[in-house]
Design a protein around this ligand. Structure first.
Ligand SMILES: [Zn+2]
Length: 368
């Protein structure tokens, strides 16, 4: 049987065909047409890996959330589809929060469709020379929309930009080009966007860090006087151990920077270290090269954003420049393949169960 060939009703009547299917464990492959099934994500993962192989490491990863309660245009539509009532966008905006939630929960189809259309419209601005990527043309892209448990969509994207710099560890020119590129496209400053958007971009540890298990996003971020690609300290470097300890103390200090510490220099004074010691401390805890954005001490909780995208989309976002294949695979594992794990787990458990009891193929399929 040809891999990927459709299975027709006639094939199923053919005993040899069925034996072949079972032998190659292809029986579950029919599920790959069903979104969110493990075979579907397996196929998606292969597609992404093939793209990376063909086009190289993508330049940017972008995640966009949805914020249904903050979109009066959507609430206005919902008020009509759910309650058959016409209201203005201003009226929609001033609806009580509980009312907004009721409308959103009442019509998930409209919400999902609205997000899709909004996302497609937003993307149209990306190829403009005054768009978020300026003169960089989008050569290729990949995206997936993921639904969180509460049903709100997220878009995860990879972009391959034409003529964007790529990272070469042995070429210092490449790092300075990358730093320049990032400063054109990515920011984490609370001064460039409105208070509302800063609020959206502020990390609030929904990851629930505990003592001994710090924030998995490594937030708060380190303040920096300029955007810089930093390299890990050589493990044979005798200074490494001492600076690791210093990095730990620094991390604690980041949690409680007083408001009067409003410049990078003031931060160093507050931390009681020199610039050189500070950079060495950060480098001592790195496992691979990492980008640190130019960041004021007051913005240690602000996630990176693209000014043009966030101003149009008005929701929480994430944007990262991808240094190397490792960072790339990390992203795929964390995002492209992240959600829907419970679904995979459930199916896998059913398959295991079926195998264990030595059930017939028919019985196995039924239990799956
Ligand atoms: Zn956190």
């Amino acid at each position: 049987m040809l891999k990927g060939a459709p299975i027709l009703a006639g094939n199923i009547l053919d005993a040899e065909f069925i034996t072949n299917l079972i032998q190659h464990d292809d029986g579950y492959r029919v599920l790959s047409g069903i979104r969110n099934s493990p075979s579907h994500w397996e196929a998606e993962k292969k597609k992404v890996l093939a793209m990376i192989r063909q086009f190289g490491v993508p330049s940017l990863f972008i995640t966009l959330s949805a914020a249904e309660t903050r979109w009066p245009e959507l609430l206005k539509i919902l008020k009509f589809t759910v309650d058959k009532e016409n209201i203005t966008e201003e009226e929609a905006e001033s609806l009580p929060y509980s009312e907004k939630v009721r409308l959103i929960q009442s019509d998930p189809f409209i919400c999902a469709t609205y997000f899709e259309i909004r996302f497609q419209e937003l993307r149209k601005t990306w190829s403009s020379s005054v768009g978020p990527f300026g003169s960089y043309k989008i050569n290729h892209y990949y995206y997936r929309i993921e639904f969180q448990h509460r049903g709100s969509p997220h878009a995860h994207m990879m972009l391959w930009l034409d003529k964007a710099p790529s990272f070469d560890q042995n070429n210092s020119m490449s790092t300075s080009e990358i730093e320049k590129f990032i400063d054109e496209i990515i920011s984490c400053s609370s001064d460039e966007i409105g208070e509302d958007l800063v609020n959206l971009q502020t990390h609030r540890h929904s990851c629930y860090p505990k003592p001994g298990r710090p924030c998995r996003f490594e937030i708060p971020f380190f303040p920096m006087d300029k955007t810089e690609v930093l390299f890990e300290l050589n493990t044979s470097d005798l200074r490494a151990k001492g600076f690791k300890q210093l990095a730990l103390t620094l991390r604690e200090k980041l949690e409680s920077i007083p408001t009067e510490v409003n410049s990078f220099e003031a931060f160093l004074t507050f931390a009681g270290i020199t610039h050189e010691e500070y950079i060495l401390a950060i480098r001592s805890v790195l496992k691979r090269p990492k980008i640190l954005l130019k960041r004021s001490p007051k913005d240690v909780y602000v996630n990176p954003y693209s000014k043009k995208i966030i101003q149009l989309h008005k929701v929480n976002m994430d944007i990262q420049f991808i240094l190397d294949p490792f960072a790339c695979s990390l992203y795929i594992v964390n995002y492209i393949n992240k959600g829907d794990r419970s679904m995979s787990r459930l199916l896998r458990a059913a398959v295991e169960e079926a195998k264990k009891d030595n059930k017939s193929v028919q019985q196995s399929l039924r239990s799956i």
